[in-house]
Design a protein around this ligand. Structure first.
Ligand code: UD1
Length: 388
């Protein structure tokens, strides 16, 4: 017997998370389909990632595009509900914390099939509150908390985790967060960090890429910057202060900055783009696909970012990371890894400290080993009783 599983992917970091899982599920008894909600739609933000990660064309494309949070969430719910009713999957896997994650979680847990499903309340006895009659909802990368409810992603995490039947977590702190919120322990399964699976899956391709050389950069002698969080890029004051810091850093080390569409729009409208573009030490590029971006990270001196995934990848690779945020939902990258929080005010000083320091000491958290997808396949087997 096989079960139908939907993998929900919406935005750039989601594609990196579903890829190893899709490939592992394809080799198992599970029938995976990719549902692309269309939250990210540019070639550089979406198609290039599918190609790099060897993913097929999405089986379903909802094409919802940009909008306010409520518009995006509502449009995904309406479009995905139709797909659910037409295709009746036994399981839906949502990843990360974007608007489409919470939208599909809501649509999945509110659907009611008028037909027999291969999974019933009694066949899934390890999840005591699973009501049957709808797909099981699994959240991959469950339990992260920044404890900052001004972040849209924090709201998405809280709601998605509260609704999920299965919570696959990356680290012990995530387990603790979920237990504190009253999630039943049987639902929490630590599987490790799926981003590391993608990195290991493509390591040899990444190592051959040589993006730094194309940009005229010397390995170990340049910095990489990424910025897209609304709290950093949506006001002229904050984005202006960060740009001042970038200009100062780029006087000390050549700095590559692949610019996210949200950030580019705001740099333009706040009149900051021209100055950055004309600074010699700073190289602005379009958003870069996965393999090219990771080839930049592999050889950089340090990274300055507000991304979640890059905090993890740099910890895994032992590369210093400055996170331009007041908090992180990934504290293990600070406690065990190479991550340090910074501010627009402190970023230059923190970058100088990295430049004058010897190698950083860090370790790789447990289960960040490239085998997370395999553990998830085992977990699905255990819970569904199918595939045994
Ligand atoms: C979203 C996620 C964020 C994730 C990030 C990764 C939410 C709330 N936010 O933020 O958690 O870290 O993706 O990039 O779900 N745009 C384009 N082309 C695209 C996609 C977006 O031009 O392919 C523009 C949109 O018009 C919009 C802006 O970029 O103005 C922001 O896009 P959106 O998907 O709303 O949020 P992100 O900032 O990308």
């Amino acid at each position: 017997m096989t079960i139908k599983v939907h993998l929900i992917a919406a935005a750039r970091p989601n594609f990196v998370k579903i890829a190893p899982l899709y490939h592992a599920l394809k080799k198992s008894w599970v029938e995976p389909s990719i549902v692309h909600t269309g939250q990210h739609y540019d070639i550089n933000m979406s198609d290039a990632f599918f190609r790099d990660l060897m993913l097929p064309e999405p089986h379903f494309h909802l094409g919802i595009g940009s909008g306010t949070h409520a518009e995006q969430t509502g449009r995904v719910m309406m479009a995905y509900e139709k797909i659910l009713m037409e295709t009746c999957p036994e399981m839906v896997i949502v990843v990360g914390d974007v608007n489409s994650t919470v939208a599909c979680a809501l649509a999945t847990t509110k659907i009611s099939y008028n037909q027999h499903s291969k999974l019933s309340r009694s066949s899934v006895s390890s999840i005591p509150d699973y009501p049957g009659g709808r797909p099981l909802l699994a959240h991959l990368e469950a339990g992260f908390r920044s404890f900052d409810r001004s972040m849209p992603e924090e709201i998405n995490r809280l709601v998605t985790d509260a609704l999920s039947d299965i919570l696959w977590t990356p680290s012990p702190d995530a387990d603790e967060n979920l237990k504190r919120e009253g999630i039943l322990e049987g639902k929490i399964i630590r599987v490790g960090n799926i981003m590391i699976d993608s990195l290991e899956m493509l390591r040899s391709v990444i190592e051959k890429q040589k993006m730094p050389a194309e940009l005229g950069l010397t390995p170990g002698d340049y910095a990489v910057v990424t910025l897209h969080r609304p709290s950093n890029v949506d006001t002229p004051e904050q984005l202006g202060a960060i740009c001042d810091g970038l200009l100062a850093i780029s006087e000390q080390i050549r700095t590559v900055f692949p610019v996210h569409p949200r950030t580019r729009k705001n740099l333009e409208s706040f009149g900051l783009l021209r100055k950055l573009e004309s600074t010699t030490g700073l190289i602005l590029t379009e958003p870069v696909n996965y393999v090219r971006f990771m080839s930049l990270i592999f050889d950089c001196r340090f990274v300055l970012t507000d991304s979640g995934g890059i905090q993890e990848e740099s910890t895994y690779l032992g590369i210093p990371c400055l996170t331009l945020r007041p908090n992180t939902e990934r504290p293990i990258t600070i406690e065990q890894g190479t991550n340090k929080l910074t501010t627009a005010e402190n970023m230059v000083k923190d970058a100088e400290a990295i430049l004058s320091a010897e190698a950083v000491s860090s370790r790789v958290p447990e289960l960040w080993d490239g085998h997370t997808a395999e553990r998830i396949v085992e977990s699905i087997k255990d819970i569904s009783g199918v595939g045994c």
